[in-house]
Design a protein around this ligand. Structure first.
Ligand SMILES: [Zn+2]
Length: 272
């Protein structure tokens, strides 16, 4: 059965759309709005020749402009096989926590309803969560949505896949490989440098390495990668709270037993 509308979206049909989308679609293309406020007026103006299926505000509300059974005009040649979502904000600005959560929910819905693949892709003929920029000239030659937001796709996928925590025999969260690790707070630092993972003697670096792995920021060129320098500073704090948000934990920025358990579960989810 064709699924036209995202259930939680406010449907506001626009004129900029056309027939001929090929289903099942290959996945979701995330765009950055480079601005704020609903683009309904722009997308309902024939002169702009632009639209998207969805728009997600910083406050976490979806508007839908084009039914999924039609082409939105978001990425030229890529309009035929991909669903598009415009996201409020600017290229150098990270998603708000609620935007990340909502994108995870949207992608989880797409996995169920459209059979979208649980992966990130940079191939215009691939499947998964893609970007506008991956289509190159044929898709309009844009850098959208920029490196920061493109780098968040694994986080969105992790949110889509949901909590995969593990429990011990007593039904409590199992900290698994991190049994015996201390509670870490911002300002903590390791006694030395670590050359291994995990390293009980250098728990901050272990935390940083774990966050890099589960949020898919291991690449040394990734601007979101943490050290690992063994210093629990602002960036480690911000990344830890992002992980806690996505894993459904209290976002207190403290690496306590529940967070260590969540990291162990997330590592297992990725087969690490
Ligand atoms: Zn775009």
């Amino acid at each position: 059965m064709a699924q036209d509308i995202y259930p939680t979206a406010h449907f506001r049909p626009v004129v900029n759309k056309s027939a001929g989308i090929i289903t099942p679609t290959r996945g979701l293309i995330l765009h950055v709005q480079e601005g704020n406020g609903s683009p309904f007026g722009e997308f309902n103006n024939p002169a702009t020749q632009k639209s998207s299926h969805l728009w997600l505000s910083k406050a976490g509300h979806f508007e839908q402009y084009v039914p999924f059974t039609m082409k939105a005009w978001a990425q030229k040649a890529g309009n035929t096989e991909w669903i598009s979502c415009e996201c409020e904000g600017r290229v150098g600005e990270d998603y708000t926590p609620i935007q990340s959560e909502r994108l995870g929910e949207l992608y989880a819905w797409g996995i169920r309803v459209f059979g979208w693949a649980a992966q990130v892709t940079d191939d215009p003929k691939g499947r998964g969560i893609g970007t506008h920029r991956m289509g190159g000239i044929a898709w309009g030659g844009h850098s959208c949505p920029g490196g920061l937001r493109a780098g968040r796709r694994q986080d969105i996928l992790a949110a889509a896949l949901g909590r995969q925590g593990t429990v011990d025999a007593a039904g409590n969260p199992s900290v698994g490989r991190f049994a015996g690790y201390p509670v870490l707070n911002k300002g903590d630092h390791d006694p030395g440098h670590t050359g291994s993972f995990p390293d009980r003697g250098n728990p901050v670096a272990t935390l940083q390495n774990a966050l890099n792995i589960v949020l898919r920021h291991e690449d040394h060129a990734d601007p979101l990668r943490l050290g690992p320098d063994g210093q629990f500073g602002d960036r480690t704090y911000a990344t830890l709270t992002s992980f806690q948000q996505w894993w459904g934990l209290a976002t207190d920025g403290i690496a306590g037993p529940a967070t260590w358990a969540g990291l162990d579960g997330a590592l297992r989810l990725y087969g690490r």
